[in-house]
Design a binder for this molecule. Structure first.
Ligand code: F6R
Length: 605
């Protein structure tokens, strides 16, 4: 949420910063701006509401000689989407960019009499004013003093007017990574902006002051002790963060699913059985688990719900799935026998992180399923099982979802095996079935034209319903979320059997209902529920398995997925729903990768 970048070195800063912002744009795209240093001149600041490409155009005539600057792409929190509220903010001798929220900014204005200094509606400008208030020529003193007063989450990059060629940075919670390379030093919200220049990097430690110069990067604690953060190596390359010939990141990421599921699951199979040993999770840890709590947000939470639908009936271990932002205020009943699983693609979602911290304070064991190596959630969990989905750039999560489910299935199967809930033979079959989803997904992808044609029924829709039973219902929640977030169609997911208890009143002639019926044990009941909506004129798009016999005239269109075991149909069916959402958004002429009001990686509460 908000992308930040800073660079100082021997090459042109303007181009590097704007190119970096284009890569970070998925973190927020309300407005963008840069501040550049020029020898013996005031900072040049250009900031504009709109996308990074708009900023690029406005910067075309800007002198290219600057080799030091900071840049920002914004997801608005405090203050509307205006040029004035865009970052960088300049107050006195301080230019600053920020990702996060300063919670006590009203108090800070009063405390330091800053009314006359702040012109925008943002908390960020107040932060710049506070640092400027303490700045008497010593950046370290000013930053240290300011830190004593600011409450909230933040990642700041700061330049001082009279300190040439240096960028200072500090963070609490909000992520930042940095690297030094042949042409200088770079810092950013995430690796996508850095990877082009360096394969090695470090994670900026919290409450440390980082100083970037063209020759090196210095890291020190607030009381001036030098620190040496661990150097890490990126496991993917710049191509992985590009569109690879596709029109949109979302399509590229949907297409990558067979490969990333294979890459995540295969290393965790030993002799046909699931194993988490290479993740440092040994069986002793899993043996005395009495219950499992999943904490996550959005799509990641939906992955957790699928996990519950698998584990409870198969392993008979209680699983509760909580929305992380609610869990924090629920006084959860958990203890040392609870395994809390935090699921997060980014590993930075603030609500999931805080829920994880709360769980630890209750003494629970914590394990995270995270995609981004070294992210905060990964670092703060007792154990981490990484998904190997590679960078997910499209705001709507796709490959992260299926890969999270696959990883959770491996974890669930191992727990079941260790606790004696399933036999070795059953675990072997389970893993075999899991691997079978890879060709099943590929088959769906190969038939995507058919899905595109089926999606035409949604192009003019204002509302849509998704219905299903059991795992199909759980998957419906994700299908509806995907459709609404990128097509702006009001979409609701309902348990098929629940519709008649009220919501069926909304079924009017022609309304699209996407019915998912893949679960054999409730198939006939789901069909009856579909009849209830089709007899009221709904336009039914049915998703089912090739071998299941569907009565005639129950639906207007049917999409079939390959035959797989009931617990695994979620994989190919999820891909169908992702493609429906994609083609609907595309057909409506919308920005598939960057839907309105959203941003990837939600680092504000
Ligand atoms: C929806 C989507 C979000 C994320 C949610 C959690 O397509 O992407 O609902 O799933 O914001 O994000 P992570 O997984 O990064 O914690």
């Amino acid at each position: 949420m908000c992308g930040i970048i800073g660079f100082t070195g021997n090459i042109e800063a303007k181009k590097l910063l704007i190119d970096g912002l284009a890569r970070l744009e998925y973190r927020g795209y309300d407005s963008a701006g840069i501040a550049l240093q020029y020898k013996d001149q005031p900072f040049q600041i250009v900031k504009k509401a709109g996308k990074v490409e708009t900023l690029r155009q406005f910067c075309e005539d800007l002198d290219s000689s600057s080799t030091c600057g900071i840049g920002h792409t914004r997801w608005a929190t405090h203050g509307g989407v205006t040029d004035e509220n865009a970052h960088p903010h300049l107050v006195g001798r301080v230019a600053l960019i920020h990702n996060g929220i300063i919670e006590n900014y009203h108090e800070l204005i009063e405390k330091f009499n800053l009314e006359h200094m702040v012109k925008s509606e943002t908390d960020t400008e107040v932060a710049a004013a506070v640092i400027n208030h303490f700045y008497k020529g010593d950046p370290y003193y000013a930053i240290r003093q300011a830190m004593k007063h600011m409450i909230g989450s933040f990642a700041f990059c700061i330049m001082f007017q009279d300190v040439p060629d240096k960028i200072f940075a500090i963070r609490n919670v909000s992520p930042m990574v940095a690297a030094h390379f042949a042409d200088g030093s770079i810092i950013a919200s995430d690796l996508t902006a850095i990877i082009q220049y360096s394969q090695t990097y470090f994670i900026v430690p919290e409450y440390h002051i980082v100083t970037l110069t063209k020759d090196d990067i210095k890291v020190e604690t607030l009381d001036g002790q030098m620190a040496k953060p661990e150097s890490l190596t990126v496991s993917w390359n710049i191509e992985a963060a590009q569109k690879g010939g596709y029109e949109h990141y979302m399509m590229k990421e949907i297409m990558e699913q067979p490969e990333v599921i294979r890459g995540t699951v295969m290393p965790r199979i030993q002799d046909g059985l699931p194993s988490l040993l290479s993740d440092g999770v040994d069986d002793e840890i899993l043996k005395d688990i009495h219950e499992i709590r999943v904490i996550a947000c959005g799509t990641a939470m939906h992955a957790g719900m699928i996990f519950k639908s698998m584990v409870e009936p198969m392993m008979r271990i209680p699983v509760t799935v909580s929305i992380a932002s609610e869990y924090r205020y629920d006084s959860p009943i958990i203890d040392a026998h609870t395994l809390v699983i935090a699921v997060s693609q980014s590993g930075e979602t603030i609500d999931t992180l805080e829920a994880l911290r709360l769980s630890k304070s209750y003494g629970a064991k914590t394990l995270s399923v995270v995609n981004v190596k070294g992210s905060t959630i990964a670092r703060e969990s007792d154990y981490v099982v990484y998904t190997h989905a590679g960078p997910e750039i499209a705001v709507a999560s796709t490959k992260a979802y299926t890969v999270q489910i696959a990883t959770l299935y491996v974890i669930g199967c191992r727990i079941g095996l260790v606790k004696g809930c399933i036999s070795e033979e059953a675990a072997r079959k389970f893993i075999g079935d899991l691997l079978d989803v890879i060709p099943a997904i590929q088959q769906v992808l190969d038939n995507r034209e058919e899905i595109q044609n089926a999606s035409i029924c949604l192009l003019e829709a204002q509302d849509a319903f998704f219905i299903g039973r059991g795992i199909d219902y759980t998957l419906s929640l994700e299908g509806a979320l995907k459709l609404k977030e990128i097509s702006y169609i009001h979409a609701e997911a309902y348990a098929a059997g629940e519709l008649k208890h009220g919501t069926i009143a909304l079924i009017t002639p022609g309304i699209p209902v996407i019915a998912i019926a893949t679960q054999r044990k409730v198939f006939n009941k789901t069909i009856s529920n579909i009849k209830e909506v089709s007899s009221r004129g709904a336009y039914v798009l049915l998703i089912t398995e090739a071998d299941l016999r569907v009565p005639e005239e129950i639906c207007q269109q049917q999409l079939t997925i390959p035959e797989v075991d009931d617990l695994f149909s979620v994989f190919p069916a999820a891909v169908v729903l992702q493609l429906i959402a994609y083609y609907t958004s595309y057909g409506r002429g919308l920005d598939v990768d960057m839907p309105r009001n959203l941003a990837k990686s939600v680092t504000v509460e």
